[in-house]
Design a protein around this ligand. Sequence first.
Ligand code: NDP
Length: 311
Amino acid sequence: MPNILFAAGDKRWQQYKDTLPLAFDAVGLTDCDLRRDHAPQDTDYIVYAPSEGGLSDFTPYTKTKAVLCLWAGVEDIVTNTTLTQPLTRMVDTGLSEGMVEWVTGQILRHHLGLDAQIINPDHKWQAIAPPLARNRTVAILGLGALGAACGAALAALNFNVTGWSRSQKSLPGITCHSGEDGLQEVLNTAEILVLLMPLTTATENLINARTLAEMPKGAVIINPGRGPLIDDNALIAALDSGHIAHATLDVFRQEPLPQGHPFWAHPKVTVTPHIASETRPETASQVIAKNIRRSEQGEPLMHLVDRSTGY
Ligand code: NDP
C-alpha cells in the first residue's frame, strides 16, 4: 500500500482530496493511503506544490520513490539540494488546453487589431481589414509540451509558425529551429513572439536589448513563460522607442507585480496575473495516478526533471 503525502496548502487539498483517490482507483491503485501527515520515513510518494505545503527539507524522506510536482515550472525546486529523490513536473492535457486558449486569444487580439475597435472613444470608422493568418509569422521560443501544443493550434489556424528549442525538433506545421543561428532566424521574422521556455540559467534574460533588436519593428511579445526570461529595462526601452509595439505579460520577476512597477501604467503593456494556464485537479490527478502506478510496476516515471538542464 503506497503512502502518499500531499504536501500542498489547504486550498489545494480541498481540490485534490477527492479527485486523487478517484484517479488512483481508475488506474487500479485501490490501496493508496493519501494523507497530509505521513511520517517522512513512511512516505512513498510526495505530491508537491512548492511554497504552499511548507515542505522544503526532503532529507528525512529516505524511502520516498518520487516527488510529483503539481506545477509545470520547477525553477524554484531544482535548486533545493535536499531534494535528491526523482522529481517529476506537471504535463497534463488541462494545462496544455488552457495555455493554447490563452495564447491563441492573445495572438488573435494583436493579429486582428481588436483594440482599435474595442477602445474607440472618438467613434472613428476605421475600415482596415486585418491580414490573413497565413500572412502573419508567429514565433514560439520553447517547443515543449505547451509550446508545441500552441504551435499546432496556431498552425491549424493557418499562421506561419516558427519555433525554437534546445534540441532540434520536427513538428508538423511548425518550422523548427535550434542553436544560436536558429534563434536569430526565428527572431528576425517574429511578428508575434511567444515565450514558453522554462526559467534556467541558460534562458534568463534571453530577451534582452540585443535579441529585441533582432526582431522586426512593430513586433508584439507575449510572455506566459517566466518573467526573468525578459530583461525588463530592455523591454521598456524597446517599447518606448516604438521598436516593440506591445507586450502582453502574464509572469514577472516578482509576483504579484508590485504596485508602482512601470509595467502597470505602460500604455503598451498588458498585465495579466499569472493566469495563462493553471494545473487542473481532475486531469492532473490522472497524470499523478498514472505516474505512481508506473513506478509501482517498475516502469520509468513520466515527465522527469533533468537536474543538469534545470527543467
Ligand atoms: P517543457 O519542458 O515541455 O518545454 C520547454 C521547452 O523549452 C523545450 O522545447 C525546451 O527545449 C526549450 N528550452 C529549454 N531550455 C532552452 C534553451 N536554453 N534554449 C532553447 N530552448 C530551450 O515545458 P512546458 O512546455 O511544459 O512549459 C514551459 C514553461 O511554461 C514552464 O517551464 C513554465 O515556466 C511556463 N508555464 C507557465 C504557466 C502560466 O500560467 N503562465 C503555466 C504552465 C507553465 P527541448 O525541447 O530541446 O528540451
